[in-house]
Design a protein around this ligand. Sequence first.
Ligand SMILES: Cc1cc2nc3c(=O)[nH]c(=O)nc-3n(C[C@H](O)[C@H](O)[C@H](O)COP(=O)(O)OP(=O)(O)OC[C@H]3O[C@@H](n4cnc5c(N)ncnc54)[C@H](O)[C@@H]3O)c2cc1C
Length: 568
Amino acid sequence: MTIAATSTPTAPAAAAAPITMLNPDFPFPYDDFLAHPAGIGSVPEAMHGTEVAVIGAGLSGLVAAYELMKMGLKPVIYESSRIGGRLRGGTQPGQSGPVADLGGMRFPRSGRSFFHYADKVGIETEPFPNPLTRAAGSTVIELGGQAHYAETAADLPQFFGDVAAAWDDCLEERAHFTAMQEAIRNRELSTIKRLWNELVPKFDDVSFSGYLATSRAFSALPFEYREAFGQVGFGTGGWDTNFPDSFLEILRVVYVDADAEQHRIIGGAQLLPQRLWNHTPENLDHWPAGTSLASLHGGHPRGAVAAVARVKNDGGAPGDIAVTDRWGRTTEYPAVIATCQSWLLSARIDVDESLFSHKLWTAIERSHYMQSSKTFVVVDRPFWKDIDPETGRQVMSTTLTDRLTRGTYLLDNGPDQPALICLSYTWNDDALKWLPLDANERVRLMLHSLKQIYPTVDIASHIVGDPITVSWEDDPNFMGAFSDNLPGHYRYQERLYTHFMQEGHLPEHRGIFLAGDDVSWTGGWADGAVTTGLNAVWGVMNQLGGSSPAENPGPGDRFEELKPMRLP
Ligand SMILES: Cc1cc2nc3c(=O)[nH]c(=O)nc-3n(C[C@H](O)[C@H](O)[C@H](O)COP(=O)(O)OP(=O)(O)OC[C@H]3O[C@@H](n4cnc5c(N)ncnc54)[C@H](O)[C@@H]3O)c2cc1C
């Protein structure tokens, strides 16, 4: 948590119900749905064993496949790269650790659906060393060549406190912040919808920077305050790379505390998808005890999907959906869940145009993805904890700067154990600067930047082996890090998100269900990958004649009551 988040207004009853990722566009309580003893649903016995294709073995595809398996269906997962998708761990060649989280790495405790599965498979977590948190120990904020050392936000100069206060003020001024958080805590779904539906038309066309510049608080302050806010940000690091976003995107994050109390997975985030793949659930319908996704697939998912096409029945009526893998093997399915980044449906997979309406294709093509790059080095030990005899402080801290590196995070694995430094974590333009450079050149420049902040620390002397780096936009299996709506994108997101409700669709548009990070309202947060996977499960179950128990209605059952508003 950084300065602004620490002083973000909190609802009066802080000890009462927690804030959860109850998304204001569709505030369906997925956590309660998942925890309900009656289960999330079933299909008629005659459907048991029916194959359903799942494109992508990221978190969304695995959650969907896991729940379909529990219902007695037979998920058939296709994966073009590695199990885990954007929960990918990087290690040095031939080494099993330490594991660098190249995609998702800090998971807000408010993401209860994410933690439902993490807890189920025995994942252990600890607080992520975000700036100004106890887990970080200390933080250095360096802007305009001036470094500030702090253990808590209170150690920073008053200027930063004023920036934080301005942010708090502008959230209250026009975005009902306290009222919304209170409604989320108390699960007052109709209040959440009422507050949010008033804001959607107001702010869909307003960028984050536009909102700040026109706010009462920031417009009364010199530009430097907004600039510092952009560079230091709130939650987890600099925020100016999000300044072009629709302000609605920012509200979706801060209302639900996605930027607060974040944990990292001990052993690496990839443990969650790997364990889901191997997990043997209790209370399986149809399948014998001990069945897992891995056992249903003989240990390996099928390879990359190359084509998806509609099969025509005799007489030309739309029939099943044929999925062809990269080796030309075609299988027909009554239902398909597509969880890969949706750009891939036109750019990398030969998808029959008739499977989606033109309006949906437009939404797919107009999605905007953030770029993101991370570079890690393994060091011999957490040397940054050494105390500088002159200052009495740690020699190096979690660092936020306006230099090329932007955010540097220090990841300890225990005393004298090899540790990780995420030398640089960047988004958008800052990430593009690294794109053409190889790993060594990246590290050279990063060390140069950090040398300006820590002139006496010889980071290079602690580095062991090769750096680990990623640029998500450079990987053809992703084409970008995660979706991120720009002003005017609400309508597209609404089409993508609501696609699982297919009753009003033309017959030729039914049977394929979009899910995953970029379909969710909170791109870049794994909780949304989970919940959109559950929407798709509901859609498939419904199509195959199944239902959720009456005492535990599913997202589709409560859709009319909670559905995202539709803009004209
Ligand atoms: C840099 C970065 C940082 C992030 N940080 C956080 C964070 O701190 N906290 C958080 O909660 N979330 C974070 N996220 C988001 C989180 O990682 C995602 O929400 C989640 O992992 C997405 O899961 P998914 O299943 O929707 O998609 P993916 O993980 O992308 O899964 C889709 C799968 O489809 C596969 N695929 C692609 N094409 C084909 C094909 N033709 N055939 C078959 N398979 C195919 C891909 O290889 C991939 O494995 C971050 C993501 C990134 C990239």
